[in-house]
Design a protein around this ligand. Sequence first.
Ligand code: AMP
Ligand code: MG
Length: 409
Amino acid sequence: MDEFHTESAYPMISFERAWEIVAAHVRPLPPVEAGLREMVGCVLAEDVRSQVDVPSFPASRMDGYAVVAADTSWEREVLGEEDAGEALDVVVRPGTALRIMTGAPLPHGADAVIPVEDTSEEGGIVRLKRMVRPGENVRPIGSDLAKGEVAVPAGTVMGPAEIGLVATLGLATARIYPKPRVMVLATGDELVQPGQPLGPGQIYDSNSFALCAAVELAGGMALRGERVIDTEEALRASLLQAIEQADLVITSGGVSMGTRDLVKPVLESLGRIYFGRVAIKPGKPLTFAQVRGVPVFGLPGFPVSSLVTFEMVVRPAMRLLAGHRALWRPEVQARLSHPLRHDDDRTEFQRAVIIRRDGTYWASTTGAQASSRLKSLLGANALLRIPQGVGDVPEGATVTAILIDQPEQ
Ligand code: AMP
Ligand code: MG
């Protein structure tokens, strides 16, 4: 390839159309059985039903004495002591009580527990300071979770409470969608690994590290490939290896019109390109392909372009793979603290800081929005979506802010 590429092969499509195409080609990964320590952040693939009642026996809610509630005597003979984990074979009758610890099963005959604070014990006799109601301080069978009940529904993201519930049921595993393995390949002859000396005209590869971080924060397992030099052979070999190892592949660089921009022709030869130009800023040459069933995103080389296109297209695609139902970040309407320049021919995602003042969100820019200026993403907690068809936006106007981080209060 030693000629400039022409763009004519790839019609310009809207951001919305691009997402529709991606959504039509990306399916959740096959569910797997995962252990309790492996499922955090993953989406549950099947309902987890309770096979047992929780608790499975009437259990004491307090440290105290198991008694018969209908008994009206103030003093009762203590039959012994039962700890959590024990199940004593004693029967509590009127005139008797069993010292009982929190979580221990209620003994036969007893129907209530009087807390130790409401008693005093001496010489094997417990004195009650008050009477108790039947059922008081007893957790009935199945009161936390009844047998057959759905404990955690499919589609739930597994957090502490959900994982705790699965464990409560005695299950060591659950069926979840696995975290997508995402291969990140940086392309470019000019790239040097950080830590190495830089030659004339060379730059450090920042994209592969930035994208691996973005993959991890999006709930994926990032695999970082070796830097790929700008030859068709090298790119083909790296891509073929990547689709063997990963559920999704990201390349950075090599998707524009330079003579060394080989990602599109190589993807074309290996699989199918679904789009190669999107009316967005930054990130116009964003490319989406599939190679042997594996989705491949060709992200532009400029650092801001690669991260913004990751955020807007790859992250939701990863969430589709991971079985999430909620794909998008929260959005708020925010007022501009200053006017914005915007060309109406494409949808723009401008990096901004959102603060909330007196119930209103205010957006201010992070400075120059050049695609090469990674600092425009530093401290940004939102991307302002300025739609195609809209021109310059005046100060005070309301725009949609996609929250990529918490807004400041
Ligand atoms: P390309 O689309 O390959 O022409 O890349 C466009 C520009 O993005 C390059 O000239 C570099 O300045 C920059 N770039 C490409 N890849 C990387 C990378 N991995 N890390 C940092 N900057 C990059
Ligand atoms: Mg390049």
